[in-house]
Design a protein around this ligand. Structure first.
Ligand SMILES: [Zn+2]
Length: 256
């Protein structure tokens, strides 16, 4: 059995459930408790923790109900704005359960207290996994709501420096729209064209457009490529700092 379940919810959100040990499971950003409970019951799993990437409603809506039904702990980066939180995590902290280790990466930008969760490679998970919430999407990034562009740029660069084979599981399926935007910036980027085609095919078949990899993001995601000469030229910003190019990309995407 693949330990990772991808659970589409609320139209374009992704909930992720990861099973480990004998019959334990953790869930990331459970926006809908009933979808999670159905899988837990079907596979006779015991939910031990909920990892929250940020406090927005469409990432936490099912958490309190799941905690009430299973007794699991709620873990996240925001003491005030995540209801029912048990453990407030900080950058670099390692969350442990049985044999698994999950590293917390603070990624402020979309919100002040956004975090991502990185699980290094292991027997069950050969590539390593990063759950990126609304910070990094396939081919895009989250809106900058509570910080400035520089903070978000630094957060994205932390993610970009993870091992390139790391699988990226993000909070929303915005892949097709993101790659369509990317092509307006880099119309000659063959990798973008290929991955756009692949994403459209996945969508047509009703499948998810995740995961991506860190390598794929470095090749195709304009927001991680704000320091690439092609992008600087496309925006007529060859003498600008990468963070200024990044901010301009984000401005353009906001009205795309
Ligand atoms: Zn959000």
């Amino acid at each position: 059995m693949d330990p990772l379940f991808i659970i589409p919810a609320l139209g374009d959100n992704f909930i992720y459930l990861y099973s480990f040990g004998q019959n334990s499971a953790l869930v990331i950003d459970p926006s809908d408790s009933s979808l999670v409970l159905r899988i837990i019951e079907k596979h006779k799993l015991s939910l031990t923790m909920i990892l929250i990437t940020h406090h927005h409603w469409d990432h936490i809506a099912g958490a309190v109900e799941l905690k009430r039904k299973t007794g699991c702990r709620i873990i996240g980066g925001d003491k005030q704005r995540i209801s029912g939180i048990d453990d407030v995590v900080y950058d670099g902290q390692v969350v442990r359960a049985d044999s698994i280790r999950i590293q917390v990466i603070a990624t402020p930008g979309h919100t002040r207290t956004s975090v991502c969760y990185y699980m290094p490679p292991s027997n069950d998970n050969k590539n390593g996994i990063v759950w990126t919430g609304d910070t990094l999407f396939v081919g895009g990034c989250g809106r900058i709501l509570e910080c400035d562009a520089e903070v978000m740029w630094n957060s994205l660069n932390k993610l970009a420096s993870l091992p390139e084979q790391t699988l990226v599981y993000c909070g929303h399926d915005y892949t097709v729209e993101n790659y369509e935007f990317a092509l307006t910036i880099e119309p000659n980027n063959e990798a973008v064209k290929q991955y756009l085609k692949r994403a459209k095919q996945a969508q047509k078949e009703g499948g998810p457009t995740v995961p991506s990899t860190i390598q794929q993001e470095r090749l195709t995601n304009p927001f991680l490529r704000a320091d690439a000469p092609e992008i600087e030229e496309a925006l007529h910003m060859t003498n600008a700092r990468p963070v200024e190019v990044f901010a301009e990309l984000r401005r353009q995407k906001d009205v795309f």
